[in-house]
Write a protein that binds this ligand. Structure first.
Ligand code: FES
Length: 149
């Protein structure tokens, strides 16, 4: 069983460059926006069919995403997907961000191997769920008292 570190080392190897784009390797090795956000305006946590979990936190001002962070216990490609989806979401308004799809994440990463494409879906779905959470909290702010983040 390989550790996450070994997995990342594998991603950085010469052979990996035949399989993964430079953008994927860069975002897996140097993930942007990784970490927990306190006082988030939107939050979601989804576990995909593969068993990996992604969490996304959003800071929203005037219906524009001013900050987005993520965490995942998944593989290198899920790290790259979380990194990229939060990068794409930042500075978008909520309506635009709701339209960010798996394909948008794949395009921005210059593609993923077919058996890793679901990592981009997990990232896009977690973003959408965090946006729904933001909209729910905006409509029913009292629910915030029952939320962990
Ligand atoms: Fe599960 Fe990538 S293998 S999200």
């Amino acid at each position: 069983m390989s550790t996450e570190f070994e997995e990342l080392q594998e991603l950085a190897s010469a052979d990996a460059r035949d399989v993964y784009s430079e953008t994927v390797i860069d975002h897996a090795m140097n993930p942007r926006n990784a970490g927990i956000m306190q006082d988030a305006d939107g939050y979601a946590r989804i576990t995909g069919p593969c068993g990996d979990t992604m969490e996304i936190w959003l800071k929203v001002s005037n219906d524009t995403i001013v900050d987005a962070t993520f965490m995942t216990d998944g593989c290198g490609t899920s790290l790259a997907s979380g990194s990229m989806v939060t990068e794409i979401a930042k500075s978008r308004n909520v309506d635009e961000a709701q339209r960010i799809s798996q394909q948008d994440v794949l395009d921005a990463l210059d593609g993923l191997p077919q058996d890793s494409e679901h990592c981009a879906l997990l990232a896009a779905n977690t973003l959408k769920a965090a946006l729904r959470d933001y909209l729910t909290m905006k409509r029913e702010p009292w629910k915030r008292a029952y939320r962990k983040y």
